[in-house]
Design a protein around this ligand. Structure first.
Ligand SMILES: Cc1ncc(COP(=O)(O)O)c(C=O)c1O
Length: 382
């Protein structure tokens, strides 16, 4: 029996009992009326979460599959694509575009900061950019691209589409897909939607359809034109979906609607502020610069001489709390806390206490009272 941990990872995250229970429902045919009703409800509620009236599909794959699907449907060999890179996931998105043969112009941005519209502007001068491939929240650095609306505007003024990896943020922070003009937006089930891993959700704008239909080398499993035909004709998926995960996603999206997006975003932002204040009170530093700090992934520099993996293992073994280490070139420098899904004062205060106690155990001077006081003030408890 696996111990039940408090999962403070930037995905997968804690799953509410209601969602776990939904997964236990009996299986059904994915070619029958019950499935059609389920899928139609999921799509309707996902439209609310994405704030779009356009097409949404649920893909049986992890978030990476969704990103691959977005890129491979829109981008053709030889297309010019801009890809700002500022962490592991933005590098992966650039790689996905290279794999379909695109001419990828990587725009390297210092890790810990986020791309801005002016970073991208010079690359549009020749008017030949097909798409911008951009990660809204790079989970590896805890950075959110706060200029996303400006970047979308700039891309559209220059005739380019915007493909967004929103895997670790959709449902946790503002992302009005239609208002901002995001052409293809991808998220994963296991992050801010508080669902188990295994599904990706993808939205497609009218403008993106033109590019997708013109692309004769669309992938087979991830062909979005085929997905649209199946949905429009009978509210089905082209291939066998992971039905128990669809049950879970259905319940998770119902919960998201019950709470409402505005309340949900405020809850994430409040908990994020509590984490950042507590970290500071412990004498630690957030990894990103203040203006780019994510509300869903809290990336923190480990104190000098303390290894993030040692800290993680004390938090796990002693307190049953899972936090993540660094990734890529900052693997040994930072640790990351997920602030997603069901995050509330309870999870924040438990994590802050365990973090402070674990730091003390490892010989680092950490004032648990200060840290809890700082978090509680942000949470409106003190
Ligand atoms: C921003 C981002 N993109 C893509 C992925 C990949 O998702 P998955 O591991 O579900 O394939 C992740 C996972 O952490 C992510 O955070």
């Amino acid at each position: 029996m696996v111990r039940r941990f408090l999962i403070m990872l930037p995905g997968p995250t804690n799953v509410p009992e209601r969602v776990y229970r939904a997964m236990m429902r009996p299986l059904m045919s994915h070619r029958g009326p019950e499935f059609r009703e389920l899928y139609a409800r999921i799509v309707e509620n996902a439209r609310y979460a994405f704030q779009t009236s356009g097409h949404i599909f649920v893909l049986t794959c992890s978030g990476t599959g969704g990103v691959d699907c977005a890129v491979a449907n829109v981008v053709r060999p030889g297309d010019k694509v801009l890809a700002p890179t500022f962490g592991v996931f933005s590098e992966r998105m650039a790689e996905a575009a290279r794999r379909v043969g695109a001419d990828v112009i990587e725009i390297p941005i210092r890790w810990g900061s986020a791309p801005t519209a002016s970073d991208l502007e010079p690359f549009f001068s020749r008017g030949d950019v097909k798409a911008v491939c951009i990660v809204y929240n790079d989970t590896s650095t805890g950075v959110t691209v706060r200029e996303m609306p400006k970047i979308c505007e700039l891309a559209h003024e220059n005739g380019a589409l915007v493909l967004v990896d929103a895997v670790s943020i959709l449902g946790g922070d503002v992302l009005p897909v239609d208002d901002w003009g995001v052409d293809v937006c991808v998220t994963g089930s296991q992050k801010c939607l508080a669902c188990p891993p295994g599904l990706a959700l993808i939205s497609v704008s009218e403008e993106a359809w033109e590019a997708i239909e013109a692309n004769q080398s669309r992938p087979f499993y991830f062909d979005l034109v085929r997905a649209r035909e199946f949905y429009e004709k009978r509210h089905e998926t082209p291939f066998t979906p992971a039905i128990p995960l669809f049950y879970a996603l259905d319940e998770a999206l119902i919960m998201l609607r019950e709470e409402g997006l505005e309340t949900r975003f405020k809850r994430h932002a409040r908990c994020a502020r509590a984490f950042y204040s507590a970290v500071e009170a412990l004498g630690l530093k957030a990894f990103p610069e203040p203006e780019w700090r994510s509300n869903t992934v809290i990336a923190v520099r480990a104190p000098d001489g303390l290894s993030p993996s040692e800290l993680r293992s004390v938090m796990k073994e002693r307190f049953g709390i899972l936090v993540a280490g660094g990734m890529g070139k900052v693997r040994e420098e930072i640790f990351r806390i997920g602030c997603m899904g069901i995050i509330s004062a309870r999870e924040v205060l438990l994590t802050v206490s365990a973090l402070a106690a674990s730091l003390s155990q490892l010989g680092y001077k950490a004032d648990i009272q200060e840290a809890l006081g700082a978090a509680s003030r942000e949470l409106g408890l003190a």
